[in-house]
Design a protein around this ligand. Structure first.
Ligand SMILES: Cc1ncc(COP(=O)(O)O)c(C=O)c1O
Length: 420
C-alpha cells in the first residue's frame, strides 16, 4: 500500500525517534512509588505511543500500554503452538470469559448481557438488522452521527424503504424533546451516539431511555466514544442496546468491542448474521437453539487473543483506579477549556458545562484557517496528532488521563502561532 508522502515522512520521523526499539515496559503500577503524580508518570511511561508524539487522537485509536501488547502477543504465541489443541482453545476461551466478566463489571452490565464483537460498528449492525423492517418504518438518529451508523441506516433506506429522520443533539436539555417530536406510530428504533465524536456533545442517555421506554420505542446508543471517556453504567442508563469498542478510550487492542443487550429485550432481538458458536444445541435436520444469553450474537473464529489483551487494559484501569482516572480527565479538560477560552480567536464547540465536559475537546479556529490544514501542520512539523472533524474550522483534541499539561501547552502554543 502506498502512503502519501507527508504520512510517510511522519511515520519515518516517528519511528526514527525510537519507537521501533521499544524501551523496556515500565515497572508495573503495583510497584510504583506512592507520590501524588508518580502514578501518572509510571502509567505514561507504559504507553509507547507517547514517547515522541503529542497524542490527542484517542477518539480514533487509543494508544495501548505495553502490557496490553505483551498479553495479546503471549496469547497469540500460545495459540499458535497448537491452535486446534483443546487445552489451548480452552485457555483462549478463558481469556475471553475473563474479558467479558471484567467489561460487564466496568460498564454496569450483567455478563450475560455482553456480546463480544470486533468493533462498535458490528454491534450497531447486529441491532439494526434484528428488526423486520417494512417500507415506511422510521428510524430516528442524531444529527452528528459517524458513518458507522449512517451507512447501515442508508442501507436500510435502500434495501427496505426505511425512513430516516435526524434529530439535533447539540443542546443537551433539548435532546429528549426533539426526539419525542419526531416519534410516530412508525418509529421502530432511535439510534444515536452517546458522545458525539465531532463535538463532544453528550446525550441525556437515562432520560432519553426512560422517555422512549414509556413510548415502547427501543434505544440503541453508539458508545464508541463512551466508556473510558465518560462513566457508563448500562443499567443506570436503561437503554436497550449499547455498542462500544475496546480500541479507543479503553486502550485495548484494535478490533475489540462489545454489544450490551438488556436481558429483557433479548427475545425481541432476533439474530441476523450467525454461525457456529451462536447455538446451544443443533442437529443436521434443521433444529437449533440459541445460546441463552447475548453470546447468541457471536459466531465463528474470533480474536480471542485480542480479548485477552483488552482484559489486561481493563485490569490496568481498575488498578490505576477509575475515580482517579476520571478526576484527572476532568481536570485536564477544565484546564484546556480555560486556556482555549482565554486565547483570542479560538472558540469552544464542545460542552463547557462541568457536568458535560469530557475528553473530547473541540475548538473552532479563526476564519481563514482550516482544521485539516492545522492537523497536517501539527502532524508533520510538530509530531502532534489531533483530528480534523466535519466542520471545516473545527479541530478535535482528545484528552485522556495520560496526556500531560506540557503537551497541551505546546499544542496551544503552536496553534497560537499557526492561527496568527
Ligand atoms: C461515534 C462513533 N461511532 C462509531 C465509530 C466506529 O467505531 P469502530 O471502529 O469501533 O466500529 C466511531 C469511530 O471513530 C465513532 O466515533
Amino acid at each position: 500500500m502506498s502512503l502519501p508522502s507527508d504520512r510517510r515522512s511522519f511515520l519515518k520521523a516517528t519511528f526514527a525517534g525510537g519507537l521501533c526499539g521499544l524501551a523496556k515496559p515500565a515497572a508495573s503500577w503495583a510497584a510504583a512509588p506512592a507520590g501524588p503524580t508518580d502514578w501518572l508518570k509510571t502509567a505514561r511511561a507504559e504507553i509507547p505511543a507517547l514517547r515522541d508524539t503529542g497524542y490527542f487522537q484517542t477518539g480514533a485509536f487509543g494508544p495501548s500500554p505495553q502490557r496490553v501488547m505483551d498479553r495479546t502477543q503471549a496469547l497469540l504465541e500460545l495459540q499458535n503452538r497448537c491452535p486446534a489443541h483443546p487445552e489451548i482453545i480452552g485457555q483462549l476461551k478463558e481469556a475471553e470469559t475473563a474479558c467479558r466478566r471484567l467489561l460487564a463489571e466496568t460498564v454496569g452490565a450483567k455478563t450475560t448481557e455482553v456480546a463480544m464483537t470486533a468493533n462498535t460498528t458490528a454491534g450497531l449492525n447486529t441491532v439494526l438488522w434484528s428488526i423486520d423492517w417494512k417500507a415506511g418504518d422510521e428510524i430516528i438518529i442524531g444529527d452528528q452521527e459517524h458513518p458507522a451508523l449512517l451507512l447501515p441506516v442508508y442501507n436500510l433506506q435502500r434495501r427496505f424503504g426505511v425512513v430516516m429522520k435526524t434529530s439535533p443533539v447539540g443542546r443537551y436539555e433539548e435532546v429528549v424533546s426533539e426526539v419525542l417530536k419526531r416519534i410516530t406510530s412508525r418509529t421502530r428504533l432511535v439510534a444515536m451516539s452517546h458522545v458525539a465524536r465531532g463535538s463532544g456533545s453528550v446525550v441525556p442517555a437515562a432520560a432519553l431511555s426512560m422517555a422512549l421506554r414509556e413510548r415502547g420505542v427501543p434505544l440503541l446508543l453508539d458508545g464508541a466514544q463512551g466508556p473510558g471517556n465518560v462513566a457508563v453504567d448500562f443499567h443506570a442508563i436503561g437503554c436497550d442496546y449499547y455498542s462500544l469498542c475496546g480500541h479507543k478510550w479503553l486502550l485495548g487492542p484494535k478490533s475489540t468491542g462489545a454489544l450490551l443487550i438488556r436481558e429483557d429485550v433479548l427475545a425481541a432481538t432476533p439474530v441476523s448474521w450467525t454461525g457456529s458458536g451462536a447455538q446451544s444445541s443443533m442437529d443436521e435436520e434443521g433444529h437449533s437453539e440459541w445460546q441463552p444469553d447475548a453470546r447468541r450474537y457471536e459466531f465463528s473464529t474470533r480474536f480471542l487473543a485480542g480479548m485477552g489483551g483488552w482484559h489486561t487494559s481493563l485490569e490496568w484501569f481498575a488498578q490505576l483506579g477509575w475515580p482517579r482516572v476520571r478526576e484527572r480527565m476532568a481536570q485536564l479538560s477544565a484546564d484546556a477549556n480555560e486556556q482555549i477560552l482565554r486565547q483570542p480567536g479560538l472558540e469552544l464547540v464542545s460542552p463547557t458545562d462541568a457536568a458535560l465536559r469530557n475528553g473530547i475537546v473541540v475548538l473552532r479556529v479563526p476564519p481563514g484557517h482550516k482544521g485539516s490544514d492545522l492537523y497536517d501542520r501539527l502532524r508533520t512539523n510538530d509530531r502532534i496528532l489531533v483530528s480534523p472533524v466535519s466542520q471545516p474550522r473545527d479541530l478535535r483534541i482528545c484528552l485522556h488521563f495520560f496526556n500531560s499539561e506540557a503537551e497541551i501547552d505546546r499544542l496551544l502554543a503552536k496553534l497560537r502561532v499557526y492561527c496568527s
